[in-house]
Design a protein around this ligand. Structure first.
Ligand code: DC
Length: 224
């Protein structure tokens, strides 16, 4: 039997990736964190495609997209992101990347470049993909679509704790500003903006634990 394709979209720090990872494990699916793809390209751009005054040179980046190879490997039960053979999973979580990634994700050239990779991963089913435009643009025919949201205060708290766990220095004010700004850019951009698909199930998990959110999602999947 063909395994399902599940799309999980929503705001930053609603727990999309960690929740998707656990659901993938429960249901025997592959998990693809598409935000890591945009973060990986941002890292490449910051390392290789900047102007003399340290701004990202977008035309230069677009010319070099074919040099970028992003891969995921499961290591010790964790999905590790590789950029051209180098483990970048920690580096792509830094504030610098978080502050720059929306500029990269807004570019049509970048979205087009990543579209086929994402669609190809879902071709044979058996995948849960989390991002911003999975249910609307990348996989409009997904079997299940969820849209996660939560209050800005709760999301700030979660992101701050995540950064602390990773040993990355941050303060709550900066984290909140970054989340608010990123959601604004992601929602207002011209191509594939962050938007709930018409047929997505909305889950506000401000007052739900990670486990409760997972159980709620699983209950929808199991009743179909
Ligand atoms: O989920 P995340 O915070 O790691 O995503 C990083 C950025 O990438 C986020 O600001 C929006 C963008 N993104 C996107 O535009 N489309 C996706 N499918 C996933 C992420």
């Amino acid at each position: 039997m063909r395994k399902p394709v599940i799309a999980i979209d929503g705001y930053s720090s609603t727990g999309k990736s960690s929740i998707s990872k656990i659901i993938a494990h429960e249901l025997g699916l592959v998990h693809l964190d598409t935000g890591a793809l945009y973060r990986g390209i941002t890292l490449f751009a910051l390392n290789n495609c900047t102007t003399a005054d340290n701004q990202i040179d977008l035309p230069h980046l677009f010319r070099r997209l074919s040099e970028i190879k992003l891969e995921f490997k499961v290591i010790n039960n964790d999905l590790v992101t590789f950029l051209n053979g180098i483990d970048i999973s920690k580096e792509i979580r830094t504030n610098k990347i978080s502050q720059t990634v929306s500029l990269i994700a807004r570019q049509k050239e970048i979205r087009d470049f990543l579209m086929e990779t994402q669609r190809a991963a879902a071709k044979n089913g058996g995948i849960i993909m989390d991002g911003r435009d999975i249910g609307t643009v990348i996989l409009p025919d997904a079997d299940f679509k969820f849209f996660l949201t939560a209050s800005i205060e709760e999301r700030t708290k979660r992101r701050f704790l995540e950064l602390q766990r990773l040993g990355i220095e941050a303060d709550e004010d900066t984290v909140m500003k970054n989340l608010t700004q990123r959601d604004k850019i992601d929602s207002e951009r011209e191509f594939a903006p962050l938007r709930k698909a018409d047929d997505a199930i909305v889950i506000d998990n401000s007052n739900l634990s990670k486990l409760e959110t997972i159980q709620l999602i699983l209950s929808h999947i199991q009743t179909f």
